[in-house]
Ligand binder design. Structure first.
Ligand code: FES
Length: 119
């Protein structure tokens, strides 16, 4: 993982299946949008970049879950991703998953640790 640990937000900024927190990471040398969300108590982080086209997913800033509050949905053409691993569940993303981030939650705060798929 190329990036060093840094604070994203306080733990209470994320509600289960609620709005995510957007932030930025360095991905292959470029500032790239990213986000964290909470699902069933755990925190998950991804690049905010659809597998179909390099578009940000959120409907409105921070709104990543679909109306059922279960899966992550891209607002552009409706690709659906599993919140737990970023795999494409349907729509135009085909077999391309979201890029996962390593994140950690401790002492009431959420930290970015690096890009999971960055070697
Ligand atoms: S850009 Fe996300 S589904 Fe097309």
């Amino acid at each position: 993982m190329a990036d060093t640990e840094r604070l994203i937000c306080a733990s209470d900024a994320l509600r289960d299946a609620g709005p995510g927190v957007r932030f930025e990471v360095c991905y292959f040398g470029e500032p790239t949008a990213a986000f964290v969300v909470r699902w069933e108590g755990r925190v998950y982080g991804y690049l905010n970049r659809c597998g179909h086209m390099p578009m940000e997913l959120d409907w409105q800033p921070g709104v990543f879950f679909g109306v059922e509050g279960r899966d992550l949905v891209c607002s552009t053409h409706g690709a659906v991703y599993a919140v737990t691993d970023g795999q494409c569940l349907g729509g135009p993303c085909g077999s391309t998953p979201l890029v996962r981030l390593a994140v950690a939650e401790r002492d009431g705060a959420i930290y970015f640790l690096g890009i999971e798929d960055d070697g």
